[in-house]
Design a protein around this ligand. Structure first.
Ligand SMILES: Nc1nc2c(ncn2[C@@H]2O[C@H](COP(=O)(O)OP(=O)(O)O)[C@@H](O)[C@H]2O)c(=O)[nH]1
Ligand SMILES: [Mg+2]
Ligand SMILES: [Zn+2]
Length: 301
């Protein structure tokens, strides 16, 4: 049974797939921690049919457009967070997967950057599924510069992980890596910490599954969602990369994350990522046609 807090969703009476159980892995971590990157790495290394559920608080699911699935499929849940504002939508996805004749080998859920892992943990006991684990990615590069309100959310996510993965070590001095590692051990003394120079290296880890610890479910009173505003900023057609940076320069200083796909005057497309103060604008290969999106901007009060 999935417990309270799940209002109109009800569990089916019978197990699907003659009792076969599908492991489900949740990938959490703050905005920009490297979740999509890590999931793509997993998908690139396997031909197993993996269903990926991508939850994005913005109205345009930039992440789902970026997930490159080969044999599985990608299910988008946009415009809300599955741990708080989109519980029913999440339940509907579980029902849809259960209705399939053939189950996927594994389900991987990219949580929204502001989701609280313990709030989605009960779904790991939904009929036909078992909880593989909750992996929380920690942005080593941004960890020490989060504003204090963001830092408290990040600490909550870290405290609720079965396994912690430090990403973006390649951007950091060894002293920073050491300091962040120590902090993680302080916040979550029992939780294993894995770190890779590149989040890309974690694909192998996901396929072996995290070891899920306790099944304790807590229902924190505040939700991470509350303090974050998501807006879509139309970008129109931009002259060149400099114009893209100009758009980013004009954003408010309380932006914690921005992402989107812009079209330039020459018809090429660029992928925009801003994580904290760090920005990247990278050309998208012409071989991967993707529509332009608004710039999804997430700010915190
Ligand atoms: N240098 C570096 N960049 C990374 C790493 N992991 C992710 N990124 C970059 O960080 C940005 C956000 O990554 P993304 O996977 O979209 O984060 P998400 O919001 O957690 O899904 C992108 O520009 C990625 O290319 C890493 O290990 N090293
Ligand atoms: Mg993502
Ligand atoms: Zn939520």
């Amino acid at each position: 049974m999935v417990e309270s807090g799940f209002l109109s969703y009800s569990e089916p009476d019978f197990l699907p797939w003659d009792g076969r159980i599908v492991p489900i892995t949740f990938i959490g971590g703050y905005l920009g921690a490297g979740k999509t990157t890590a999931i793509n790495e997993l998908l690139a290394r396997t031909t197993r049919p993996i269903a990926v559920i991508v939850n994005d608080v913005g109205s345009v699911n930039v992440d789902a457009a970026l997930i490159k699935s080969r044999n599985g499929d990608t299910i988008e849940l946009t415009d809300g967070c599955v741990c708080c504002t989109m519980v029913d939508g999440f339940g509907a996805v579980f029902n849809d997967i259960r209705a399939r004749d053939v189950p996927p080998d594994q389900v991987v859920v990219e949580l929204s950057g502001i989701a609280e892992p313990d709030k989605v943990r009960p779904w790991g006991r939904s009929a036909g599924f078992s909880l593989d684990g909750v992996i929380v990615l920690v942005d080593t590069d941004q960890f020490e510069s989060h504003p204090s309100n963001v830092a408290s959310y990040v600490r909550a996510q870290i405290g609720q992980a079965d396994l912690l993965v430090m990403t973006k070590r390649d951007l950091c001095q060894p002293s920073t890596v050491a300091a962040v590692t120590e902090k993680l051990h302080e916040i979550a003394p029992e939780t294993p910490v894995v770190s890779f120079d590149q989040a890309m290296a974690m694909g192998g880890l996901l396929s072996t599954g995290a070891r899920s610890g306790s099944n304790a479910v807590s229902q924190p009173e505040t939700t991470l969602f509350d303090a974050h505003q998501v807006t879509g900023v139309p970008m129109g057609q931009l002259a060149d990369q400099a114009a893209v940076y100009q758009v980013l320069n004009n954003l408010d200083s309380n932006v914690v994350r921005a992402k989107g796909i812009a079209e330039l005057a020459d018809g090429s497309k660029v992928l925009i990522h801003q994580v904290g103060r760090r920005r990247s604008v990278t050309p998208l290969p012409a071989s991967e046609p993707q529509a332009q999106t608004d710039l999804i901007v997430i700010t915190i009060d």
